[in-house]
Write a protein that binds this ligand. Structure first.
Ligand code: COA
Length: 200
């Protein structure tokens, strides 16, 4: 995929659900908007799955990894109203060629070592949809784009660490659970997560 605005998503993935959205690689200038979307999604879209205390604790395990932006493997999904030239970011997510499987800049246990596409699964990372745009196909579009990019980079498998909020999306996109974990946080509250994989 190109480095500037990529254009209508249909040019890459051809999915009917994607026709409303534009996508491009994120830049550092997008960080304030991306952070606001992550904050809102963490607070609102996990309510059906976690307690209030778990949602607060989950922030330690979630959020923006700016290395993905530096690597140009982090996408923003935008809308552009008919007749308007300005665009609005409504979702984000990415993939990685590095070992870290989940979490933001602040999450412990990170490893920036490069993966071997011939042997390793590429992580799908940091998927967030602005709550007022949930269930409109943004998450599915991001996954399709990430899988296409990972495949083009030589990977034949992807994996991710799903939140409970993310699990239905990943199941719908063909990911299979491999391991269920209760991840410890510094608040002494565990957060359930699921490692999932897919052949791409
Ligand atoms: C997970 C998340 C990114 C999903 O984004 P989304 O844009 O709403 O997902 P989509 O609209 O592409 O969903 C595609 C399909 O996934 C499934 N799905 C997604 N969210 C679902 C939900 N809450 N309940 C049931 N199924 C769901 C459905 O099959 C859906 O298709 P449908 O709407 O036609 O039934 C979003 O809920 C979110 O930001 N959650 C909070 C942050 C988070 O936990 N991120 C995941 C980190 S691993």
């Amino acid at each position: 995929m190109g480095s500037a605005v990529i254009g209508l998503a249909t040019s890459v993935v051809g999915s009917a659900t994607s026709q409303r959205f534009l996508h491009r690689w994120a830049t550092v200038a997008d960080i304030p908007v991306i952070s606001a979307i992550m904050d809102a999604a963490i607070s609102e879209l996990q309510r059906d799955y976690l307690t209030t205390a778990q949602i607060a604790a989950s922030r330690e395990l979630m959020g923006l990894d700016t290395r993905l932006i530096d690597d140009r493997t982090y996408l923003v999904i935008e809308i552009q109203a008919v007749g308007e030239t300005s665009r609005e970011i409504v979702g984000c997510g990415g993939w990685s060629k590095r070992k870290t499987l989940f979490g933001g800049n602040h999450t412990s246990g990170r490893d920036a070592a490069l993966l071997d596409p011939a042997r390793d699964a590429a992580p799908v990372r940091a998927m967030y949809t602005r709550p007022d745009w949930a269930r409109q196909g943004i998450g599915r579009l991001v996954i399709e784009l990430c899988e296409t990019a990972a495949r083009e980079a030589g990977f034949s498998r992807t994996q991710l660490m799903a939140t409970l909020s993310g699990e239905p999306l990943y199941l719908a996109c063909g990911y299979r659970p491999r391991e269920r974990l209760d991840v410890d946080t510094s608040a002494d509250i565990t957060v359930p997560m699921i490692r999932m994989e897919k052949a791409i």
